[in-house]
Design a protein around this ligand. Structure first.
Ligand code: UN1
Length: 493
């Protein structure tokens, strides 16, 4: 069955003004058409922003606990629909069902969390320097939020942005990734059903150039939140700068697992397999580098390679499959080009290295789990984000060297250490300049109630999830109330 999906503007499902559509196909089997979606342009963005702007005063005026109640109802619907939503997501994105269920779960967690924020959103009160004067700070919504979301977490990341924005009283225009619009359509339907007033949430599907660009530079959009590549993030930042727009960026990663000589090798191998090849390596938190102490290097590599060879690659709907396809032809080509770069740089190809195109893999974008060994930290495969099933293993002589290698890249999202020595664990935790750090666990798997984000080329100082997300989507107002009945002059009286 083929479905046509429209934009969602001012509480109505409307095709693109141009009437054009684009196709969304299953990356595990491109003969399966997921649906046709509105191929929108600037005129659709204009209508969506106008609707969001018109809805803002009413939504802002609704008491925050009431806004939270709508989110709470949405979370309950997500819980009930989890399996079906996960299946839709696997069909359009490719990752295995366990992982798409995890993705929906992250959306559920964030929705409940932010529903609770409807009854918190705490400000401060502090004593005044003067008698008979009271002072406090309160959060205020920023206005219309433009959200630009990626394909690798098709429902989780949209909800990480949407839920804090909404509970704080902002209205939203979201542009989902063209590879995974169905999951955002599903999320919008859930919120519609939960009773969100019209115009508060709007969705416009289409390309980055015809939808994303006009959205991020629109004069009536006050905050832009983007997750995607560092290259595009820089463009978002530049588009926001002239209007001093709030801008939240969540970008690339080149995350390292450090395996020390006292580590539990079985745990480290399992962690590297899950961190490196889970989601086909298409996570910004993926463990795409492993720095291994020379004393355990041979043992680790042997077991890691054996594990990678044993991973079953295929259609994520098959419960026996562990690694799904790359998201699209372009991403698969990027992976292939990096395999070639690694070979030419002299990295040792230990397993994988080719796309899979025969039999059950014939109609999808599959690539073998690939490991390069004996990498130097200067190699491009050990420094650049590949966003695919490719891991570079780097031998090191000490924890200090592992930390230096770990910190030597342009990104700073996540890092991990495997060790039984608490002193080493704390040293690594303190010295790794990343936003997230793990001990005896891989670099992936962040939960929604701690801040999520990174340093350097990964982010621009903000964090999402947890209460830190409230900072992105609100502004502080400080209020002084003088009830002395006379003029009190601060710093003078
Ligand atoms: C991402 O890859 O953009 O920590 C997000 C994790 C997930 C989120 C990843 N909870 O790996």
């Amino acid at each position: 069955m083929t479905n046509d999906f429209s934009n969602y503007i001012d509480g109505e499902w409307k095709p693109a003004a141009s009437g054009r559509t684009f196709e969304n196909r299953n990356p595990a089997d491109t003969s399966e058409l997921i649906g046709r979606f509105a191929d929108s342009g600037p005129e659709d963005v204009e209508r969506a922003v106008a609707a969001a702007r018109a809805a803002f005063p009413g939504w802002k005026a609704l008491p925050a606990p009431k806004r939270g109640e709508i989110l709470y109802r949405a979370a309950e619907t997500l819980v009930r629909g989890k399996d079906e939503l996960a299946r839709d997501m696997t069909r359009e994105m490719g990752k295995v069902l366990d992982e798409t269920r995890g993705d929906v779960q992250e959306a559920i967690d964030m929705t409940y969390y932010m529903a609770g924020e409807g009854r918190r959103q705490f400000g401060q009160t502090t004593p005044s320097e003067m008698p008979d004067k009271f002072q406090m700070s309160v959060r205020q919504p920023v206005g219309v939020a433009g959200l630009i979301t990626p394909w690798n977490f098709p429902m989780a990341i949209p909800s990480w942005k949407m839920m804090p924005a909404l509970v704080l009283g902002n209205t939203v225009v979201i542009k989902p990734a063209t590879d995974t619009p169905l999951s955002v359509v599903n999320l919008v339907k859930v919120l519609e059903q939960a009773g969100l007033p019209k115009g508060v949430l709007n969705m416009v599907t289409g390309s980055g150039s015809r939808v994303g660009s006009p959205l991020m530079s629109h004069g009536n959009v006050q905050i832009v939140s983007f997750t995607g590549s560092t290259e595009v993030g820089r463009k978002v930042s530049e588009a926001c700068a002239p209007g001093f727009k709030h801008c939240h960026l969540e970008m690339g990663g080149k995350n390292v697992i450090m395996v020390m000589d006292d580590a539990r090798i079985d745990l480290a191998v399992e962690g590297a397999l899950w961190g490196g090849f889970g989601t086909t390596g298409q996570r910004c938190t993926a463990a795409s580098r492993v720095a291994v102490h020379e004393k355990v290097y041979a043992e680790f590599v042997e077991r890691f390679v054996a594990g990678a060879r044993g991973l079953r690659v295929g259609n994520g709907l098959d419960p026996k499959v562990q690694v799904g396809p790359c998201i699209n032809a372009g991403q698969l080509e990027t992976v292939e080009s990096y395999v070639e770069i690694g070979r030419q740089e002299g990295a040792k190809l230990l397993c994988g290295g080719s796309r899979l195109a025969a039999g059950e893999h014939a109609r999808g974008f599959f690539h073998e789990p690939t490991i390069f060994g004996d990498c130097s930290p200067k190699m491009r495969v050990a420094r650049e984000e590949i966003f695919g099933p490719v891991v570079s293993v780097i031998p090191v002589r000490s924890l200090e060297e592992a930390i230096e290698v770990g910190n030597s890249v342009d990104y700073g999202l996540s890092a991990s250490v495997y060790t039984q020595d608490i002193n080493k664990a704390f040293t690594a935790m303190r010295e790794m300049y990343t936003g997230i750090f793990y001990v005896n666990a891989p670099t992936i798997g962040a939960e929604t109630h701690l801040p999520f984000g990174g340093t350097k080329g990964t982010g621009n100082g903000h964090r999402e999830a947890c209460v830190q997300a409230l900072e992105v989507f609100s502004e502080w107002k400080s209020i002084y109330i003088d009830f002395s009945g006379r003029l009190q002059r601060a710093q003078i009286d």
